[in-house]
Design a binder for this molecule. Sequence first.
Ligand code: FES
Ligand SMILES: [Fe+2]
Length: 403
Amino acid sequence: MTDAPRRFMKRYPEESQEPIPIERYTSEDYFKKERDAVFRRKWLNVGNTLQAPNPGDYFIVDLDILETSLVVIHGKDGIFRAFHNMCSHRGAPVAWDKKGNCKGYLACRFHGWVYDLTGKLVQVTDAENFPSVKKEENGLAQVHCDVWKSFIFINMAPTPEETLTEHLAPVSDDIGRFDFEGFTPAFSYRIDENVNWKTLQEAQLEGWHLPYLHEKTLARAVKIDGRQYRHAGIELHGLHGVLGSPPPDTHELSPTAALASQFGTGTMQAFGSKSETSGDGYRFRGSFDFWHIFPNLFVGLLNGLYFTFNIWPVAVDRSVWEIKGYYPPVKNAGELFAREYSKVSLRDPMMEDCYTHELICAQLKSGAKDHIHFQDEEILARHLGSGVEACINEHFSSQSRLS
Ligand code: FES
Ligand SMILES: [Fe+2]
């Protein structure tokens, strides 16, 4: 029986079954530990090469939790590099637009110092009046940056404790079998919410709430047994994990969805269809697989499209949720209609989630309870918290060994 009680707890006995302290969601002190032990140390996905397809293209990444903005640049040599967006003269940004093409150089608008695409300072204006400034010592401050399958990652540690390849090793073979070629950014949402970053993610790390919160939206596109949703599969892979969503026995599309599906596959239709594994291709666990890449990236894989979530902590009770859909390029008005329908059909369940996140966050602060609970189908949500705890314990114990 695939849905025997506690099937995932039995498979992963190393995961605790205990209640979770609410303090992890409300404590400023804990949030600072997460910042130092997770966000200053781990590889973080900040974008996709499709955002800067040509040499000289750049885009800005605001990392509020680390109090900096980065500029990610596609170099003339094809290499993607990341720098703090900060001029060495007096700290002005060197790139002022959120994205663009810098034609080979970045020139600070404040007093005109110029940097090349590798971050080297190549021109100091009024140089004779800066007797102590050496160009070779005053390039842009670089951050470690690497690319996997078009996903651009950065690492803020002075010396990362592992490479991006090592960080992704538990999942890269599996996800890497999905063919990421041939998609274009189709749409995006950016949601600024009053919620802790883990509460936001936990709602995406289990489908068990679908028949309740999303009764009139997503629940129609998945299999519900009585009132219970059972994942097609949940797997933990190192700090990462995946959950698969089971297709419903019958999937009745609304009239507009049926019309849209004549022209292209949208997210809701893809949720409800069976995905077959073919040859060496990606092996679907369900009709829709949702990968969590620790600490804050989700990659949703469907038949013929994929989407990503990036969840950025801003404060202990505030986070930004970036949602991006990647679809095949549209070739006609019908396909555009199908894609736009897909975009708006995702919006309603997202709003159901956001509204709930904020209510939870407000109430967790009340002090009325000390703990929350996760059941077996919520083991991936539990796994996020245990991963964060492991990072905090490791980081602060190594610090105390050093002092
Ligand atoms: S701050 Fe950039 S040149 Fe002055
Ligand atoms: Fe949800």
